[in-house]
Design a protein around this ligand. Structure first.
Ligand code: NAP
Ligand code: F7E
Length: 337
């Protein structure tokens, strides 16, 4: 039985990956940081796998306990999914974000190099590294130009992974994943914020969803598809870096429309920029208004990924398209309201 260790097992991807690895017969271990607030395991519970995983106290800021844990576990595969993952918060916590998302990666790589150099390592890199995009679509060879403290920290994590592969021969791969969502997505991210807000409106609520930049475009896929790609990367004989993306880009506005339509609404858009609004033609209810506090100090305007390398070498393809994703999330929030 193969043994895997997942950092960030309580997050969206951690929960889907834990479920996938359990289905594949792995012994699954996960790192959980201490918190006064409970429950921490709600995503694992939602997927029905909380009782099947082995949990350990873990924090990416703490090198010595990480070292001791990996020395004991010596997992076959380690997936480093833990991060301060919210781009918006990285401007208010830039130093913390760098400590976890950049230094945290070298802490874990260095602990692995010493305690368990045979472990196969996955680093959660991100399309945010492309930032002010230097080419369209973006692939593994596109130059990086991050636009947030989060993106800058992740560039370090990406290159230190490559460097430990080249310097010490670790089987260390990075997945450059474009945005991926699900009903388990954190409530602060725009897709989930939209589907939660629309579910409340559909149940009779009257508070419109408050959003920032409606023109940004993202290449959105389903998290369940993307964790399969992570696993496939670690099954390769040679470690490498791969983009996972759908090659379809959508504005925030269009995602909002798809989610609203899934709940039977008929969206009318009016105005521009900070005056833009969305109303339901059927009921006349105001669905969305712009709130300038959700604009970012620097924006990533357009992301669209080229995942041909993953398709050819890993046989990986996304299965859920953007309309199916919006519908899945909107209906889940409506049903669980
Ligand atoms: P998420 O839902 O925010 O989960 C983040 C996880 O990291 C949580 O389990 C969190 O624990 C844990 N964590 C945060 N700080 C930690 C620390 N100091 N020590 C240990 N654990 C810590 O993120 P996600 O969407 O699943 O993303 C997974 C990874 O992929 C992240 O590294 C993210 O940056 C990256 N990524 C995500 C996307 C995407 O679109 N989802 C795209 C590209 C890359 P708590 O439960 O205690 O908060
Ligand atoms: O923003 C715009 C916002 O926070 C998407 C993380 O998983 O994917 C994620 O980062 C877009 C941005 O995700 C609101 O300005 C408008 O252009 O959902 P988001 P993100 O920043 O793309 C990457 C790949 C990661 O690696 C990250 O970990 O939506 N937007 N209005 C808004 N965004 C938010 N959050 N809230 C709004 O009200």
């Amino acid at each position: 039985m193969k043994k895997a260790f997942i950092t960030g097992i309580t997050g969206q991807d951690g929960a889907y990956l834990a479920k996938l690895l359990l289905e594949k017969g792995y012994e699954v271990h996960g790192g959980v940081r201490r918190s006064a607030s409970q429950p921490r395991l709600s995503r694992l519970e939602q997927l029905g796998v909380n009782a099947d995983v082995h949990l350990h106290d873990f924090d990416l800021s703490e090198p010595y306990s990480m070292f001791r844990l990996l020395d004991t576990l010596k997992p076959d595969e380690l997936y480093n999914l833990a991060a301060q993952s919210f781009v918006g918060a990285s401007w208010t916590t830039p130093i913390y974000t760098a400590d976890i998302d950049a230094m945290g990666v070298v802490r874990i790589l260095d602990a692995l190099r010493t305690t368990s150099p045979e472990t196969r390592f996955y680093q959660a890199s991100t399309s945010e590294m492309f930032g002010l995009v230097q080419e369209v679509p973006q692939s593994e060879t596109t130059s990086l130009y991050p636009r947030s403290p989060y993106g800058v920290a992740k560039v370090y994590g990406h290159f230190i992974t490559k460097n430990y592969r080249e310097s010490f021969g670790l089987h260390a791969s990075s997945g450059i994943l474009f945005n991926h969502e699900s009903p388990l997505r954190g409530k602060e991210f725009v897709t989930r914020k939209i589907t939660l807000g629309l579910a409340e409106l559909a149940h009779g609520g009257t508070t419109p969803v408050q959003l920032g930049n409606m023109d940004a475009k993202r290449d959105w896929g389903f998290a369940g598809d993307y964790v399969e790609g992570m696993w496939r990367m670690l099954q390769q004989e040679t470690a490498d870096d791969y983009v996972l993306a759908t090659h379809v880009t959508t504005t925030i506005r269009d995602f909002f429309t798809y989610a609203a339509e899934a709940l039977g609404m008929d969206v009318e858009w009016e105005g521009e920029g900070k005056s833009e609004t969305a109303t339901d033609r059927k009921t006349g209810k105001l669905l969305m208004q712009v709130a300038p506090e959700f604009y970012r100090p620097a924006e990533v305007d357009l992301l669209i990924g080229d995942a041909s390398k993953a398709r050819e070498k890993l046989g990986w393809e996304p299965k859920v398209d953007i309309r199916q994703l919006a519908e899945m999330m909107a209906k889940s929030d409506y049903d669980n309201f």
